[in-house]
Design a protein around this ligand. Structure first.
Ligand SMILES: [Mg+2]
Length: 271
């Protein structure tokens, strides 16, 4: 999915937009409402077709049921990397909503971000440990063959395994950069049936990120309860999938965050 600002859409994508959409976009651009209000307003301005089938009057773009109309809106949607509407005029998934969230985030004109600037505070980022900060495989590689057999299928329960793990490639540099530019915390889950993991995770942080992550380690099976702006996590388990801010799905195919380099490049635009 493309990441654009409202300004860039108005500048580079006018050919895809009606006069109505352009005017509505300009109105949203000036708004300083909170994040979710701005996302809704943007979605209404840019993708009014998703409501046209109900009102038939919101936009000036013609009869919502005509082929010409459908072709035009789908051409626009394609240009933004958003899924087309179906023959009945319905949005088929949440891509338009996700696109608008990203545009508002990149435009940086919403209430919460302006408040941060005014108060000189930073957005909150949570970073997962296993397979994000920590190379889980490097721990497995160091355990005995005996333990590999004994704990097959539950390798995270091998006593002491977390103390053996090396940092993930680019993770230390990435975390240090994040800690300078965001209010950054580690948010990890330690296995319930492996008590030494709870200690080992603390010791790992003390060893590899002693200053930047000092007293910033949160161990939880309920990541959705952590209130913040970003969560960098390779999984949706333990509440990560229900996180209220943006879930940066590390290493997930097609999400565009395949390594620390791409994560930091993205975060640089939002710092
Ligand atoms: Mg993980």
């Amino acid at each position: 999915m493309k990441t654009l600002t409202i300004g860039k859409i108005l500048h580079d994508y006018q050919n895809y937009l009606t006069e109505y959409e352009i005017n509505e976009l300009r109105i949203v651009q000036k708004e300083k409402t909170d994040f979710s209000t701005q996302v809704k307003a943007l979605q209404l301005a840019l993708f009014a077709e998703e409501w046209d089938f109900m009102t038939r009057e919101i936009s000036d773009s013609g009869n919502p049921m005509s082929q010409e109309y459908t072709d035009r809106v789908n051409k626009k949607r394609e240009a933004f990397g958003v899924s087309p509407i179906d023959d009945a005029g319905f949005a088929t998934d949440k891509t338009s909503n996700l696109f608008c969230e990203e545009v508002v985030r990149q435009t940086k004109n919403y209430k919460e971000i302006l408040e941060h600037k005014r108060k000189k505070t930073k957005q909150i980022v949570f970073v997962d440990m296993d397979n994000v900060l920590v190379n889980f495989q490097s721990g497995i590689d160091k355990i005995s063959d005996e333990d590999k057999v004994k704990y097959r299928g539950d390798l995270d329960e091998v006593p002491g395994i977390f103390s053996l793990m090396e940092p993930y490639e680019g993770a230390i540099e990435g975390y240090i950069w994040l800690a300078k530019n965001f209010d950054t915390y580690i948010l990890s889950t330690a296995p319930w049936d492996n008590p030494s993991a709870w200690t080992d995770k603390l010791l790992w942080v003390k060893k590899h990120l002693p200053e930047v992550a000092y007293k910033r380690l949160i161990l939880s099976h309920n990541k959705h309860l952590a209130h913040g702006d970003f969560l960098i996590d390779d999984r949706t388990a333990n509440g990560a999938g229900e996180f209220s801010g943006k879930h940066i799905h590390f290493k997930e195919k097609g999400k565009g965050f395949e390594d620390w380099k791409t994560v930091i490049a993205y975060m640089k635009k939002l710092a």
